[in-house]
Design a protein around this ligand. Structure first.
Ligand code: 13P
Length: 261
């Protein structure tokens, strides 16, 4: 089972789906479905589009929900002439807890590199947001036998010059690109093996104590039907869920992973 030091996280990444009105209906459904026992066992995180964050905040605050939320990206800059960007201080003002950084879709479609990911990690920390750093290999890289090396390089690049007290709090999401939105899920053993490798890398860069605290999630075609086997892996501390999190009922089943077949 999951290590006692690390509370499991189930994070729903809505990507560019669900508008600000729909987000209220979604959050209301979560509000009346989730009970204290769910929150006690699992941290529930939502990554809505920027335009929904205020709506999500309003429901969370009004109903005193224990759901946390994050932004799908963050600017590396503090403020100024950066048209279209959203700063860490703007996100913090909306009580945003996390910033998802380096998602493979941003690396692929917005030319994000390990350097820009690192700059965003530092911006998040500067504004008191917890980075959730996404890493993972493409199919070509996996077939070439370099999945571990590639993923660990991304981890090292993202954490360059980041101090250990911040690293122990953050979350790393291993999302093999070939498993995202394809229905092709990595085996639970693949997820475990990469989580072990990531944790060992963090131990080498920092310390075993820091590595034992970092939460490592798996992402890529997670659904209610496969979450239990993934969560049975001792180094997998939760999941980052795309498509299946767009349906609140399915996301609720994932949040209640011990009850699934
Ligand atoms: P899917 O769950 O749709 O495969 O997406 C995973 C993902 O990219 C979450 O960030």
């Amino acid at each position: 089972m999951t290590n006692d030091q690390r509370k499991p996280v189930m994070a729903g990444n809505w990507k560019m789906n669900i508008n600000h009105l729909e987000s209220i209906a979604y959050m209301n459904k979560m509000a009346f479905s989730l009970i204290d026992a769910d929150y006690a066992r699992t941290e529930v995180v939502i990554f809505p589009p920027f335009t929904d964050i205020r709506s999500v905040q309003t429901v969370v605050d009004a109903d005193h929900l224990s759901i946390t939320y994050g932004a799908q990206d963050i600017s590396a800059h503090d403020s100024g002439a950066y048209t279209g960007e959203i700063s860490g201080s703007m996100l913090k003002k909306l009580h945003t807890k996390y910033a998802l950084i380096g998602h493979s879709e941003r690396r692929a479609y917005h030319n994000e590199t390990d350097e820009s990911v690192n700059a965003k990690v530092k911006a998040a920390i500067k504004h008191d947001l917890i980075p959730m750093i996404a890493v993972g290999e493409t199919l070509d890289i996996r077939q070439g036998g370099n999945a571990v090396e590639h993923t660990l390089n991304q981890v090292q690049g993202a954490l360059k010059d980041v101090r250990s007290n911040y690293v122990s709090e953050l979350v790393i999401a291993y999302e093999p690109v070939w498993a995202i939105g394809t229905g092709e899920v990595a085996t639970p053993q693949d997820a475990q093996d990469m989580s072990i490798a990531i944790r060992a890398k963090v131990a080498k860069l920092y310390s075993q104590d820091v590595a034992d605290k970092v939460r490592i999630l798996y992402g890529g075609s997670v659904k209610a039907g496969n979450i239990k086997a993934i969560m049975e892996q001792p180094d997998v501390d939760g999941a980052l869920i795309g498509g299946a999190a767009l349906d609140p009922d399915e996301f609720l089943r994932i949040i209640r992973w011990p009850d699934q077949p």
